[in-house]
Design a protein around this ligand. Structure first.
Ligand code: ATP
Length: 265
């Protein structure tokens, strides 16, 4: 199974945002990092996937099936979008919001949980080191802890397509690595198609199998992260120079620098 974006156009009222955007195919089991400057359209593209934004033209194809023709329930079962801004409903505990994310898969009003669901929630909370917080009300958590709960909600859904919008922006360095490692592992184990919007290019280079660079609502560059990061199109998208280096541990380190300094060299 693969995912292809074909000639996608989107506008907020009179303001065009995505222009004939084409990318893919993105394969199952692969983690793609979606990068690009502020306002380039990353979140908007995710909204087109989830159905929250309706494209003016073009298609998103899962295999050869257009997501737009799926019924809402089927679409939300197959595609999960973890947005940037997570609401905090104070009345529910961590365990409850994650269980609710799992149970909402089946739709309807029957929210009784089976043993399998309870076990899955427990396992996912454990893998994110959240077991100690499971009875805390969500509204009392820190921003980073809430972000981890959002990731737990995404993982218990087990979608075909997982979209994470800056999932590590509020996390400390250890948690950033842990979360991306878990997302990478789960993507492979469950053969999901995962796209993670990231601002940190070093994290993108380290964890992504593929990189999509968005600029002004178009794909500026796409492909192997190391190759893409060396292209002029990627530097131009951010208006910076990009220096790449391998650390002694083998990780790719990405050092962006201001273009004015680049010109002076
Ligand atoms: N609800 C909206 N109504 C009108 N314009 C919007 C709306 N949401 C986003 N935009 C505009 O669409 C463009 C793309 O925004 P989007 O949030 O998709 O970018 P992004 O790449 O995710 O940015 P960031 O990296 O800052 O999160 C921006 O110019 C933004 O101002």
């Amino acid at each position: 199974m693969s995912l292809t974006i074909d000639d996608l156009n989107f506008a907020y009222g009179p303001h065009p945002v995505l222009h004939r955007l084409a990318a893919g195919p993105l394969e199952r089991g692969a983690l793609t990092a979606l990068v690009g400057p502020n306002g380039s359209g990353k979140s908007t593209l995710f909204r087109c996937f989830s159905g929250a934004a309706r494209p003016l033209g073009g298609r998103i194809l899962l295999d050869s099936q257009d997501l737009a023709v799926l019924k809402d329930r089927e679409r939300s079962r197959r595609v999960f979008h973890l947005a940037q801004d997570l609401s905090a409903r104070a009345a529910l505990t961590v365990f409850e919001v994650v269980l609710l994310a799992r149970k909402s898969l089946t739709g309807g009003m029957d929210l009784r949980a089976g043993l399998c669901d309870l076990r899955l929630v427990q396992t996912v909370l454990g893998s994110l080191d959240l077991d100690g917080l499971s009875q805390r009300h969500i509204g009392t958590l820190s921003g980073g802890q809430r972000q981890l709960v959002g990731i737990a909600q995404a993982l218990v859904r087990e979608p075909d397509v997982l979209l994470l919008d800056e999932p590590t922006s509020a996390l400390d360095v250890r948690r950033q690595l842990e979360v991306l490692q878990i997302v990478q592992r789960v993507t492979r184990e469950r053969s999901m198609i995962t796209i993670v919007a990231l601002h940190d290019l070093s994290l993108a280079a380290r964890f992504a199998d593929r990189l999509l660079v968005l600029k002004d609502g178009c794909i500026a560059e796409e492909g192997d992260p190391e190759e893409v990061l060396q292209t002029q199109a990627t530097s131009d998208a951010y208006r910076v120079g990009i220096h790449l280096e391998r650390s002694s541990r083998g990780s790719l380190l990405v050092e962006p620098y201001l273009s004015s300094l680049r010109a002076a060299e």
